[in-house]
Design a protein around this ligand. Structure first.
Ligand SMILES: [Zn+2]
Length: 325
């Protein structure tokens, strides 16, 4: 009987013009020779890529295979879905990302047969002191003002901009206008979707002198003009069973907790799958039948059938704990 153990997945690295090298220098990912590694897809079940298991008896299987073969063992009370519901990445913004917006589920259905809406959540890991992000619009900006500013080329003046620090948590529901500036490394938790509508790309061109495509009518239809400025969230101290943690977010699509510890903690599973991401430190992760080593930048999937895991830090650890609800 092969029961599921904590699962390591092979990261899928994506080069995009705004990427850099910090996925390797800070998070230990194995990069090639280029200077623009933008994203490491840690847990994915998407048309772009499906994660592959890199440890244990199911090494080489895809996440989709596991989901089909062991739906209850993997997802517990959320079994029955054909696709793994969450997409988890690390992002290295070495240049500005485009100013963009993502559709909600209802809007997404009009643009894609496969992708859902895209609500996302960021936890900042590293940020240069003079960094900037844009999140939300200034108060009172309506569709007409925004469309006029796009046409006139001065959309930057309508954006809510600020700088972020390591540890900051930002919730970006579908419909929120946003962009990340240079010098920011983060973990991103989102719906299993890659639907992005670009509003502005900072007048950037590629090596052939070509701009990237914009999607202004689609963006205008998807922006939530009621949202206003979006600030970092205030984490809430709580207990997960016996273990103190911070609840960073609970929304319709996922729940995110964070543990900060230098001593052993136990995380009890409640008949659902968890994704653990080690954001800082080093630790051993013990389950009933296995022990694995986690370092900064390691992501592990804990199947629902693992009723409990223990984290044994060898250095002070910050651990993100992502569940579906
Ligand atoms: Zn986005």
């Amino acid at each position: 009987m092969n029961s599921l153990q904590p699962i390591s997945l092979q990261p899928w690295l994506r080069r995009i013009c705004w990427g850099g090298r910090r996925l390797q220098t800070v998070l230990g990912k194995q990069l090639g020779e280029f200077q623009d590694y933008a994203e490491s897809w840690e847990v994915a079940d998407h048309t772009e890529t499906i994660s592959t298991v890199s440890n244990g008896p199911f090494k080489g299987s895809s996440l989709r295979d596991l989901l089909q073969r062991f739906p209850s063992e993997l997802l517990g009370r959320h079994a029955g879905t054909a696709q793994f519901p969450l997409l988890v990445k690390f992002l290295d913004a070495n240049e500005w990302l485009s100013l963009q917006v993502h559709p909600n589920d209802k809007q997404a259905a009009a643009y894609s047969d496969t992708d859902r809406g895209k609500t996302e959540f960021w936890v900042i890991l590293d940020a240069e002191p003079d960094n900037q992000i844009c999140c939300g619009l200034l108060p009172g900006v309506d569709r007409r003002t925004f469309a006029d500013a796009i046409a006139a080329g001065n959309v930057s003046e309508l954006l809510h901009r600020y700088s972020v620090s390591p540890g900051d948590c930002i919730y970006v529901p579908a419909g929120t206008v946003h962009a990340l500036g240079p010098g920011i490394l983060l973990a991103e938790i989102q719906q299993q979707s890659n639907l992005t509508f670009r509003i502005h790309d900072w007048n950037r061109v590629d090596l052939q002198g070509q701009p990237r495509q914009l999607h202004i009518p689609q963006a205008l239809d998807c922006i939530d003009f009621e949202r206003g400025p979006v600030k970092p969230l205030q984490p809430q101290a709580e207990m997960n069973g016996e273990t103190p943690c911070e609840q960073l977010l609970r929304c319709e699509y996922f729940r995110i907790r964070r543990y900060s510890t230098a001593t052993t903690i136990s995380i009890r599973n409640d008949d659902q799958c968890r994704i653990l991401m080690l954001l800082e430190g080093q630790a051993g992760l013990e389950s009933a039948d296995s022990i694995s080593h986690l370092c900064r930048g390691t992501t592990v999937l804990i199947p629902a059938c693992c009723s409990q895991v223990h984290l044994h830090p060898t250095q002070h650890c910050t651990l993100l704990d992502i569940t579906i609800d």
